[in-house]
Structure formats: C-alpha cells, structure tokens
Design a protein around this ligand. Structure first.
Ligand code: C2O
Length: 541
C-alpha cells in the first residue's frame, strides 16, 4: 500500500460562469478541486492550508475513518474549523472500500465550490468484479450561484426564509450549452469506438436530487458509494446530494456527439427550484461535427422512475447484515416552523407564515452545533456541558407522518443531543419522512459508517407488515440513503467505529435548519477498539 501526500490551498480565485467573474473559494485554484486517485489500502495525507477569509474544514465523504474520527472533518463535530491563516493535516487510510467517493468542505455552504472526486481502485494486483474499463471518468454534478453562496445561506438563516435557489446546475463545474455565456466551457468527455468507460457520477449539488442520463447509451450500474453492486442497466440515474454511482458505458454508437445531461428530481411539492438542464458532451473520436444528440429526461416529479431505480440495487455478493438487533431506533426526518424569537425584527422574520422561520429536525430535535469545542473533543476529554446524550430513540409523539398534522407538531426544540451506542452494538434505524410543511426525498448521510439499506417504502413504516420485506441477503451498502418522499427507509449496521459521527440530511439548507444528530459510539475494550489520540495540529477553537 502507498501513502499519497497532497497540499490543498483553500483560497479565493476568479472563476467566470454565466457571463460574470466571481471571487470563488477553490482548492489550489481549481474548480472543481483536484481529483484524488488511490488504491484500496492506501493512506492519504492532505495538508489543508486556509488562505481564504472563511473558516474551513474538509470532509472525506464516505471514508470510514476507522478510529481516525479526528480526520473526518465536519466543523464542531470532530474538529474546530481551520481559521484563516491556519492549516491542518488530514491523515487516514482507506481500507475495504472500492469505487467512488469524494471530498468537500464541511463548513457553512463552502462546499458549493470546494469539492472534488476521490477515486479508489482495487488493491495493487487485484481487479474490478467486471471487465477492466478502457477509461475512467469522474463526473461531478454541482450547483452554481450567481452570488456568494455563503451570503445566500447567511441571509436565509438570519431571516428564517428559504435560501435563493441556484442559478445553474453544472457538470465538472460547467453549466453547459443551454446556459448563457457557457458553450465555450462545456465539459467534453472523449471516447473512442469500442471502448468502455467507467463513469463515476457524484452528486455534489448542495440542495438538489438530480436525474442523470447519456443520449443513446445504456448505463450499466456497477457500484454506488464505493461498494460494488450486481450490475443492472438503465437509462436514468437518480442521485441524492452526497451519493455516487459508478456506471459502465460502451462506445457502440455511430461516432458523433451525445449529450450527457442532468436536471432536478423535484420531490418537494411547491418548493421553488431551478428547472434548467446541465449538459456535457460525450464526443467520439473522429466524430463528424454535428449538433449533439439530446437524451430524454423524466418529468421533474417522476417518483416512479426513482423507485424503480433504487429497487434495482443489490450488493454484488452476499453480505453480512446483522440479523439480530441491539438498538432499534426510529427517527423522523422533516421540516418544521418555529415562531421567530422576540429579538427578531419583524421585517426580518420571513418564514412562509407570518412570524415564523424555517426549521428542520430529527425526532423533533433541531440540531445545533457547539461553537467553542468539537463534540468529539468534549467526548474524548470528558468535558461536560457541550452536548447531552438524551437524543430520543423514538419520536416523542407518534402521528400520521404522511398526513396533515396540527400546527403544534411543527415546532421542534433546538438542542445539541447525541445518541450513545455501545461499541459493537447492532443497530437498526427506521428513517421516516414527515410531510410537515412538505414531503420530500431526504438524502440522509451517516459519517464514519457504511450501512445496509434493508428496505424502503411509502407511507408510514409499519413494523408488523414491513419487516417481512427486509432484504437480509444482498442489500446495497451505502453511506447516503435517499429516503423516499412521503416514505421511509430502514438501515442496519454494526457500531464498530468509535467516535462522534454526525448523521444529517445532505441537502445543505436542511443542515443549517437542524436536520441532524450525532451518533456517539463509545470505545470498546483494548486499543484496537478505541479512537486514536488527536493529532497535535488539530485546530483549537
Ligand atoms: Cu458529505 Cu456531512 O457530508
């Protein structure tokens, strides 16, 4: 196994998009940031130097970080932010994961422009469980704002309003041919007749689940979230923010130019969204210069396509899903509305109903981050008063989660509450969407773990009926589950990684509103079951 050393300089860089130049926060002046390429078993050492005027942290999305939680990255959860002028070296080994992950800033909305691909190939001398592709191409889907994204979220949190939607979707940082001033920059993916290309699709958008397709080419799905799947073919992918999907395509079409396209899957009803399409071009070698061919895309709200797609996911092999459960948890996920506090000036209180502001919660707790120490540090040094461990295992009140409910249920309570898990405990979590304000497909991401998605469905989860649908043989393993709109998903995992792990909705607007909690996994016995000591350069608050 190798060790790869990198330096990431976070700094403002002029980037021109949609006819205007912005001072954009980037890594090493690149947008999207550098692609990291490693083999399973390798170690990454990345020194992050903050030359921007914002606090920053970097999260290695999907990397398990076994016992190395200090390198996980979410600010105030596993570290204090790297201040302007400061630096921190992330050091971790990737073991047992193969496929596509990514990295992104985990501080405010910086990840709008601070993100990149992390490619994990098989160990030296080992092979993919499918024929070796000729090429390998990361495709990062993103969102672009015509204003500073940090200002967009600050404004929203200050007023309690919904933030402005983005001005473009992007593929590898470029909006593509259907946006103003963008055709020159459109991403070109070259291909030669007869080749196979392993396309690594990453949804790095802040707030938008996206459909993805390529004109005239079948997509053979072989993996997701750095875990292999039984191959299946489809024309359309749907990725929630945070998710990755690896597909093989074969260049078996007449040499020409074919659009690669992505646009919104709008699962939230009545919410404003960007209805434009971002494109790149799959360009055959020796293709005659013609107009590119445009693929069809599903309707914005076509949940049937999403369901059909997600139900095609099976692990490549039989897997070891816990059959017995020690911790049976039920978390509701959804939005809410709080009354604006007295010190809000009236014209600033801009929720959808007079005198309210948006909020979000899990089990009616709206998560608030500490601001002078990280949760992991407080846990490690046993510093009281930073968080409590009374996050409820079940919602405080049961109701019809997918029906209309009374206003009194709309108001969650803020708190920094964690849920404690014993080392090695076998955990099941039912994630239930609520239709308070609006039902929505929430991409729920757990740090420090991969989990099995043993079932998903619509309506209220029914333990008497729905358990019979559980797949305990070959369910897909992921780090982010797109919980069906007006429905539920059930995940299982073994708590074998000690530390403080945030679990949150990967729609960034929902994190700011509190759709998160922390799973605090205690040390087991012996050194190999305990978290490592913190690195000496860990930033302090
Ligand atoms: Cu990809 Cu906590 O995030």
């Amino acid at each position: 196994a190798k060790t790869h050393e990198h330096e990431f300089v976070v700094e403002a860089t002029p980037v021109k998009r949609l006819c205007k130049t912005h001072n954009t926060i980037t890594v090493n002046g690149q947008f999207p940031g550098p692609t990291l390429e490693i083999n399973n078993g390798d170690t990454l050492v990345v020194k992050v130097i903050n030359k921007a005027r914002y606090n920053v942290t970097i999260h290695w999305h999907g990397v398990r970080q076994m016992r190395t939680g200090w390198a996980d990255g979410p600010e105030f959860v596993t570290q204090c932010p790297i201040r302007p002028g400061g630096s921190y070296t992330y050091r971790f080994t990737v073991n047992g994961q193969e496929g596509t992950l990514w990295w992104h800033a985990h501080s405010s909305w910086l990840r709008a422009t601070v993100y990149g691909a992390l490619i994990i190939r098989p160990r030296e001398g080992e092979y993919y469980p499918f024929p070796n592709p000729t090429r390998d191409t990361p495709i990062l889907l993103g969102e672009w704002w015509d204003t500073n994204p940090i200002d967009v979220v600050r404004q929203a949190l200050r007023t309690g309003a919904a933030p402005n939607i983005s001005d473009a979707y992007t593929i590898n940082g470029q909006p593509g041919d259907f946006y103003k001033c963008s055709t020159k920059g459109t991403t070109i993916i070259p291909i030669q007749s007869g080749e196979t290309n392993l396309i690594r699709v990453i949804n790095a958008a802040l707030n938008q689940p996206l459909f993805f397709t390529i004109a005239n080419h079948k997509l053979t799905v072989v993996g997701a979230d750095a875990s292999y799947l039984k191959p299946f073919t489809t024309n359309i992918l749907m990725l929630g923010p945070g998710q990755t999907t690896d597909v093989l395509i074969t260049a078996n079409q007449p040499p020409s130019r074919y659009y690669i396209a992505a646009r919104a899957y709008q699962s939230a009803q009545n919410a404003p969204f960007d209805n434009t399409t971002t494109t790149a071009i799959l360009q055959y070698h020796n293709s005659i210069k013609t107009k590119s061919i445009m693929p069809p895309l599903p309707a914005y709200n076509d949940t049937n396509v999403v369901t059909k797609f997600s139900r095609s996911f099976f692990s490549q092999r039989k897997v070891e899903v816990p059959t017995e459960i020690d911790e049976n948890l039920f978390f509701t996920i959804g939005l809410g509305l709080n009354n604006c506090p007295k010190n809000f000036r009236k014209r600033r209180c801009q929720g959808p109903i007079n005198g309210t502001r948006f909020t979000a919660s899990m089990n009616n707790v709206s998560f608030t981050l500490p601001n002078n120490i990280s949760i992991l540090q407080a846990h490690y040094d046993r510093i009281p008063g930073v968080f409590t461990t009374d996050f409820p295992a079940n919602p405080p009140v049961k109701f019809d989660y997918t029906g209309n409910v009374s206003r009194s249920l709309w108001q969650p309570t803020p708190g920094t509450k964690a849920y404690k898990l014993k080392f090695g405990s076998r955990v099941q979590i039912v994630l239930q969407d609520t239709s308070i304000i609006t039902p929505e497909n929430h991409p729920i991401h757990l740090h420090g773990y991969d989990f099995y998605i043993v079932a998903e469905g619509f309506g209220n989860f029914n333990p008497n009926k729905d358990t019979s649908k559980f797949n305990l043989v070959d369910p897909p393993m992921r780090n982010t589950v797109a919980v069906p709109v007006n429905g539920w998903a059930v995940i299982r995992f073994v708590a074998d990684n000690p530390g403080a792990w945030i679990m949150h909705c990967h729609l960034d607007v929902h994190i700011g509103w509190g759709l998160a909690t922390v799973l605090l996994v205690e040390d087991g016995v012996g050194e190999l079951q305990s978290i490592e000591p913190p690195p000496l350069d860990l930033p302090l608050c």
